[in-house]
Design a protein around this ligand. Structure first.
Ligand code: ADP
Length: 619
């Protein structure tokens, strides 16, 4: 009897539970259901002009005009990044109108902008009563073109920083050049970089004022990479860095006066271009190509295999924009400049097995890189006998956007004025330490997630921009950062225990304010605090801000082995005739840890050498 009663009670409890779930699902569905607009006429849309507010890199207004059967006009009001988002804002509306559909891929490297446009138009379609899903199913149809052969003096694979430096240099040597680029635009990771590059003009007033020299740049680069970089390559990097800046200036690129320390750069020797992020490089290279004949940009073309004849690399086989085969031959040399492998999960996991530098590099770890950075050049070079070096040296940053892995959305302005807390509201690391140490500590935290916590000292108006041209006001409006008048409210918004967050901030403030610290150094060894002499010090000036960050794969320091002439070496250290490489595709320059500001120097210095030597190569 007792048993039957118990079973019946269990049954009733189960029934009540199921009914509760059904009711909840129903209520939730009701709340989230989209209002459906009926089309009143016989056409596809209710004619008119509709507007949608979306967020790309910044807030964007998308205005779409419909006739009863077609999308007739798309206007964007935006402040996207020149050289990255702006070209997409110019090309994508026309593409959508031509296609009368939304099945268009986001442009690599400008996914936030692309998706914002697609979302905005989709929203307007819904407002006009159109069928969004049907439009998403319409994709551009391409008819496969005939296979094709192309020839130039020099062939460059990859139109990022190193590839374009090589292409322009080869052209200055009087050569015709074909640049093969997998995506629809130049830029690669270089376009997303902070933009600043390290270079010392030895003996100049600037160098003397900052106690800097080429030798010091050498030492810091070599030692910063735990002495694993090839000393000869490091020397080439630092000795040609300033010449690289002068070359860029001679091409019309503008830099701010003076030098500064880029995060992780160790010293004040970074030169900041006037244009945001890496866009100034590509504006400069494009301007050169507009003025000079002889460089053909072959976009939407993926290099697949190097062509070797009698032991000499003579060209490359590619897949063209319509899936056709394009064979590109070089009269002189071939330059490999396809970047690293930060977005190739399998490859980075295998490389990490060599060093166990990181607990994991599986697909749960995002990357700052564009989706095109998949190590293609490394695979192609290895297939023709190239030696790979230090593949396990992979740099991560603790500052990735949790959704995209990008460095955008970063709210910090200076190392001294912010703390990191975990999901328990507790600090866990010296926030002024090495990037790898901070990232490793972050791996140990719950959900591998932290929040940057700051006050308003760096944000007197909220309109100050970060490297990505974003303001804290934009980020808060987009739900990518949090703002509150008290730490308790901030804790509630970000879901961490208020008492812990308050205690973490109070302890940090005690150090900033020079409180009773005798014999009580910072628990994590932090030494960089806001200056106690300054008016605004500590985190005590509301409103307070927070933004979530996760580890993100940033730079792969390993790759194809080269010599100082950028010739690719085989497993016996002999040059592979005809094949040159520059930029992140190469390995062994930066050792275990690449200094901030040295990647762009690398692209310019080694890109130029590769361009010169590939031009001089004869079979
Ligand atoms: P670096 O800093 O070394 O110049 P980037 O990341 O800036 O490297 O640029 C590398 C470029 O190479 C990107 O534009 C990328 O799209 C391109 N790329 C990568 N793989 C291929 C490939 N298989 N064929 C053509 N281009 C490629």
């Amino acid at each position: 009897m007792k048993e039957i009663l118990k079973r019946r009670t269990d049954l009733i409890a189960t029934l009540v539970f199921v009914l509760a779930i059904v009711a909840m699902v129903f209520l939730l569905r009701k709340e989230t259901a989209q209002p459906v607009v009926e089309v009143t006429g016989d056409g596809l849309y209710n004619p008119g002009t509709y507007t949608s507010e979306v967020t790309g890199m910044k807030a964007m207004t998308v205005t779409v005009t419909f006739s009863d059967t077609a999308i007739t006009d798309i206007q964007l009001e935006h402040e996207e990044t020149p050289g990255i988002g702006v070209p997409v804002c110019e090309s994508m509306p026309a593409q959508i109108i031509q296609l009368q559909g939304l099945g268009i891929d986001a442009v690599a490297g400008a996914t936030l902008t692309s998706n914002a446009i697609l979302d905005g138009v989709a929203d307007c379609v819904a407002q006009a009563g159109g069928d969004v899903e049907a439009l998403k199913a319409i994709t551009p149809t391409v008819e496969q073109e005939e296979d094709q052969e192309m020839t130039a003096d020099v062939v460059v694979i990859g139109a990022g920083g190193a590839g374009m430096a090589a292409a322009v240099t080869a052209n200055q040597e009087g050569k015709t050049v074909i640049v093969i680029e997998k995506t629809s635009q130049m830029g690669g990771n270089t376009a997303l970089a902070g933009g600043a590059l390290n270079a010392v003009d030895d003996g100049s007033e600037t160098a003397l004022a900052h106690d800097d020299s080429v030798e010091f740049h050498y030492q810091q680069t070599f030692e910063g990479g735990d002495k694993q970089g090839d000393p000869e390559l490091v020397r080439v990097l630092v000795e040609n860095a300033w010449d690289g800046v002068e070359w860029l200036k001679s091409l019309g690129m503008e830099f701010y006066d003076g030098v500064f320390t880029v995060t992780g750069g160790m010293w004040q020797r970074a030169h900041k271009p006037v244009e945001p992020e890496g866009s100034g490089f590509f504006k400069t290279y494009q301007a050169y190509m507009d003025e000079n004949q002889g460089i053909t940009m072959q976009y939407n073309t993926k290099a697949k295999e190097l062509i070797v004849e009698d032991g000499v690399v003579v060209g490359v086989t590619c897949t063209g924009p319509t899936g056709n085969t394009i064979t590109v031959r070089a009269n002189n040399g071939v330059v490999l400049a396809t970047g690293g492998f930060g977005r190739n999960v399998e490859m980075r996991m295998a490389a990490n097995e060599e060093t166990h530098m990181w607990p994991t590099l599986d697909e749960s770890i995002p990357s700052t890189n564009t989706p095109a950075i998949t190590g293609d050049g490394i695979v192609m070079a290895e297939a023709v006998g190239a030696q790979l070096v230090q593949m396990g040296n992979i740099q991560l940053l603790p500052l990735g956007d949790p959704e995209t892995g990008s460095l955008s959305g970063n709210i910090e302005h200076s190392v001294e004025s912010r703390i990191f807390v975990n999901l328990e509201g507790n600090r866990f690391v010296n926030e002024g330490g090495r990037r790898d140490e901070m990232t490793l500590a972050l791996f140990e935290q719950p959900e591998t997630t932290m929040f940057i916590i700051m006050d308003s000292d760096c944000y007197p108006t909220g309109d100050e921009v970060n490297n990505f041209n974003e303001t804290i006001n934009d980020l808060v409006a987009a739900g990518r950062a949090y703002k509150a008048d008290t730490l308790e409210e901030l804790a509630e918004q970000i879901g961490v225990p208020a008492e812990n967050l308050v205690a973490s901030v109070e302890e940090y403030n005690r150090h900033c304010l020079g409180g009773d610290l005798e014999g009580q150094p910072d628990e994590f060894g932090r030494t960089l605090f806001t200056d106690a002499e300054e008016k605004n010090n500590g985190i005590n000036n509301p409103p307070y801000y927070a933004a979530a960050r996760v580890p993100t794969v940033h730079h792969t320091m390993g790759g194809v082995k080269i010599n100082t002439e950028t010739q690719v070496l085989d497993t016996q250290d002999n040059p592979i005739p005809g094949l040159y490489a520059a930029g992140e595709v190469t390995g062994g320059i930066h050792g275990t840890n690449r200094l901030g500001g040295n990647a762009l120097t690398d692209t310019v210095v080694f890109g130029r050498i590769a361009g010169t030597n590939a031009s001089a190569f004869t079979k």
